[in-house]
Write a protein that binds this ligand. Sequence first.
Ligand SMILES: [Zn+2]
Length: 275
Amino acid sequence: MKKLAVFFPGVGYTISRPLLYYSRRLCMQHGYEIKDVSYHGFEPIGKGDYDMMFKAYEKAFDEACKQLEDVDWGKYREVLFVSKSVGTDVAACVDKKYDIGAKHIMFTPTKLTFSHDAFPQKATVFGGTGDDWAPVDYIREICEKKGYKLHEIKGGNHSLEIKDVREDIKNLKHIMEHVEECVESAKHKEKNNSGKHPCPCCGCLTYPVVPAKEAGFICPVCFWENDLYIKNEEEPSDANKGLTLKEAKRNYLDWGASDLKLKKYVRKPLPDEIP
Ligand SMILES: [Zn+2]
């Protein structure tokens, strides 16, 4: 059973902009199949013009439904919806329409979002305290009521950016760490059909026995050497030349190997090894 991540952009915020671009890459690295929804031909929307926003939503919802009508939702063990602005509204309504029960990552839901009585079961929401399009007070209220996890970016505008590039990059890093938590928290298989268990670093099902019993095993997908002597993810691992498991996981996401120097030895996971 596979995992699917569907991306719902905003009107102006496309999938090539940072929040969606990096979320999408994280999903790919965690073995999700990706589907991008796209909409075309919007008229410009003035700030706070809810009539125009509603029209944009209707158009986007119609287009999204057309693009997703052939998806066999039942064949995926995990469905993740990642959405931005007007797209958050569309994602919630698509979820309701097809009764999918997707997990949602929502960037800057607007005042219109949730106005259709479509509430995801599970959502992680990001909002900016300086966002005029999506007032954070409103988002906070909804998140409290529905038990959604909310992350607020201090001073963040509708792109969750402020005026300082360094701060923006720092914030983006924090945001992506939270996104990764959502992506990772997907139910992992305990073992695959060949009886292999997940690697502590890349999560691929490569271990012949549970990692806690296998000293010295080197994962062929990420080249992390199993270390039974480290107590936590932040303790340097002697078996991995002083690298911590936390650093190795990050490296795997960035480079596809637990250590960039080992990249030449790794291989892609086999279909049966994909978590
Ligand atoms: Zn591995």
